[in-house]
Ligand binder design. Structure first.
Ligand code: NAD
Length: 357
């Protein structure tokens, strides 16, 4: 019988609690305990789990096979190196590091100690993303020219350490890293040739809370990512403040709204039957290309069904730890996303497009 993997977690904050809920009763995993630099954070650790007096004590525990690092971004580097030197395997929260130089040091320690190292990019299993990926992979839209990934919120103020640049705060490090990871992972083998970005602090003093990033891939897709934390409207449908995707191809489009995705694949009768443009009268005058389509011209099909959730991340982890499959999230992929975030910042600063690959 395979052994249960002993996992201990550094940091019992927002994400530490989420991991606790997920891993308390997870097949193949034995959750062992938590450390936290703030002892108050350990007060509500589940009865029966260990509350370590220090990170050192956690890393020295022979029951622990894997250290899961769920502390603030600026500590990822030191904690990964410490865990590697303690010969523990490592899962680190995103973003993997605050810079490529930090990642170099982390990888050197991981390599020197021969431990397993991966990153918690569980949003590769988000149902909205997997639906978009399934549409792309199916080829049903023909040649895809655009993929738009959007996330809007109303509560633009960032909180706690997320308001400080020095702590690794800001939305690019927070959600941005997930959304970029999704787009990079969506088109395997495609080169990302150039990046153009606008990145701003709309209502936050120090850190970014809005960005638009345009990425050209050599598979013909231009992907656009827009995230606004303070993107207000009062006439939204009930999924407005959630996720949105639009995928455009030469055989149709798809739209996907919401974290629990709703949407359609859309085609036009006109295109399919090669019917010429019709005159439509709008409040801004007549047009043959725009305005509402006549009855019956828009045909819809259901989106592909996907069945994924964040538990799938740890299901993969357990199998991969035992050598039965590969870890889904590979370090070179996260290095590429870290490089991409540097390019995004450079483009935002200079106003210029950046050649990437
Ligand atoms: N994958 C995801 O979806 C997701 C979601 C949220 C946060 N995160 C990541 O999780 C990490 C934690 O974020 P959070 O929102 O939970 O923050 P948080 O502030 O809520 O929790 C961090 C906890 O770590 C503790 N801590 C800080 N430095 C430490 C150290 N050196 N040693 C031990 N404990 C330490 C803090 O006291 C706090 O209890 C970040 O890297 C963040 O990017 C990931």
């Amino acid at each position: 019988m395979k052994k249960d993997i002993g996992i201990a977690i550094v940091g019992h904050g927002f994400m530490g609690h989420e991991h606790e809920k997920m891993l308390l009763d997870f097949p193949g995993i034995k959750l062992i305990g938590f450390s936290d630099i703030d002892p108050k954070q350990l007060e509500d650790v589940t009865e029966g789990l260990k509350r370590y007096a220090s990170n050192e004590e956690l890393m020295a525990d022979p029951e622990v096979d894997v250290v899961l690092i769920a502390a603030n971004n600026k500590f990822h580097k030191d904690l990964v190196i410490q865990a590697a030197n303690a010969k523990k395997d490592i899962i680190c929260e995103k973003p993997i590091a605050m810079s490529l130089e930090e990642l170099d040091e982390m990888e050197a320690a991981v390599k020197a100690n021969g431990v397993k190292f991966t990153i918690h990019h569980q949003r590769r299993f988000d149902p909205d993303f997997r639906t978009a990926k399934a549409v792309y992979d199916s080829g049903t839209l023909g040649d895809i020219y655009c993929v738009k990934s959007m996330l809007y919120g109303f509560n633009g103020n960032m909180h706690d350490w997320h308001v400080f640049i020095s702590e690794g705060g800001g939305m690019l490090y927070d959600w941005g890293v997930h959304l970029l990871d999704q787009l990079c992972w969506m088109f395997p083998g495609a080169k990302l040739t150039s990046v153009f970005a606008d990145i701003r602090n709309v209502i936050n003093k120090e850190v970014d809370d809005y960005f638009q990033i345009m990425m050209r891939f050599d598979n013909g897709v231009t992907a656009t990512l827009e995230l606004g934390t303070y993107f207000l409207t009062d006439k939204m449908h009930d999924k407005w403040f959630e996720r949105h995707w639009f995928i455009g191809g030469n055989q149709g489009s798809a739209y996907i709204d919401g974290f629990g995705p709703e949407g359609k694949i859309v085609r036009t009768d006109g295109l399919l039957k090669n019917v010429g443009g019709q005159r439509t009268m709008t409040a801004a005058g007549p047009t043959r290309s725009f305005g509402p389509p006549p009855e019956g011209k828009i045909l819809t099909e259901d989106l592909p069904e996907v069945n994924t959730n964040h538990r799938n991340y740890f299901e993969n982890y357990v199998k991969a730890w035992h050598g039965e499959e590969e870890f889904l999230v590979k370090i070179p992929e996260t290095r590429r996303v870290l490089r991409l975030m540097d390019a995004v910042r450079e483009s935002g600063r200079t106003g210029k497009s950046i050649d990437f690959e």
